[in-house]
Design a protein around this ligand. Structure first.
Ligand code: ADP
Ligand code: 5GP
Length: 206
């Protein structure tokens, strides 16, 4: 009926649980595509190139910017992160729900892009900053210096949480997973004006 897919943008402080929640949805649902970002940050233990991110050099990233390859890109915590446009458009044309784990700057870029009408957004956070610090320390993938940078950035990001459609306070993981499942379902029900007009035309003829 509706050919186009939809976008679900997930943002929130690093360590809030975005990847954990996204993984759950990817394992459970069909017709879903995770937008694998490109980054210049070093790979963490356990991460896989081409699965978690495409890891590239600063020079490679800057070449892609010049060639207009990105739907959006940003400098986060001193590293480049970006979303390539082409695979997103392909997944949308295949009717898939496209999941993004991107920062607040990336969210604003998509919000002002042609894809905005297809976007649902959710901000994921911990109940407190001390809980965020604890999770980052427990995850054990970042140095003390990097954790400090992420906590400072979190304070800048959190002031924008009210600009998202939905908010998940990730305290009890099972409840958060349930909320994320609900959002993935709701996001698929969003349609752009041109799709709606074409549906109405066909509806009247049928
Ligand atoms: P992000 O993708 O937002 O950076 P992660 O998904 O990597 O965050 O989660 C950060 C850490 O917190 C991980 O070690 C994860 O297992 C843990 N975590 C996620 N959700 C919860 C939760 N509700 N309660 C406790 N720990 C959690
Ligand atoms: P991390 O280094 O913890 O994987 O990610 C750091 C931050 O970068 C997170 O807030 C994450 O959402 C954001 N991020 C990851 N990929 C992208 C992207 O392609 N674009 C933007 N704007 N932010 C991204």
């Amino acid at each position: 009926m509706f050919d186009k897919g939809a976008l679900l943008v997930v943002s929130g402080p690093s360590g809030a649980g975005k990847s954990t929640l996204i993984k759950t949805i990817l394992q459970e649902q069909k017709d879903i595509y995770f937008s694998i970002s490109t980054t210049t940050r070093p790979m963490r233990p356990g991460e896989v190139d081409g699965k978690d991110y495409y890891f590239v050099t600063k020079e490679e990233f800057e070449k892609d910017i010049e060639e207009g390859m990105f739907l959006e890109w940003a400098n986060v915590h001193g590293n480049y992160y970006g979303t390539s446009l082409r695979p997103v458009l392909q997944a949308l044309n295949e009717g898939k729900l496209v999941l993004f784990d991107i920062d607040v700057q990336g969210f604003f870029s998509i919000k002002t892009s042609d894809l905005a009408p297809l976007m649902t957004s959710v901000f994921v956070t911990t109940p407190s900053m001390s809980e965020l610090k604890e999770r980052l320390e427990q995850r054990g993938t970042d140095s003390r210096e990097v954790i400090q940078k992420r906590l400072e950035n979190a304070q800048k990001e959190i002031v924008h949480m009210g600009e998202y459609d939905y908010i998940i306070i990730n305290s009890d993981l099972e409840i958060s997973k349930q909320q994320m499942r609900a959002l993935a379902t709701v996001a698929r029900l969003k349609h752009a004006q041109d799709e709606i007009e074409s549906f109405i035309k066909n509806w009247c003829k049928s």
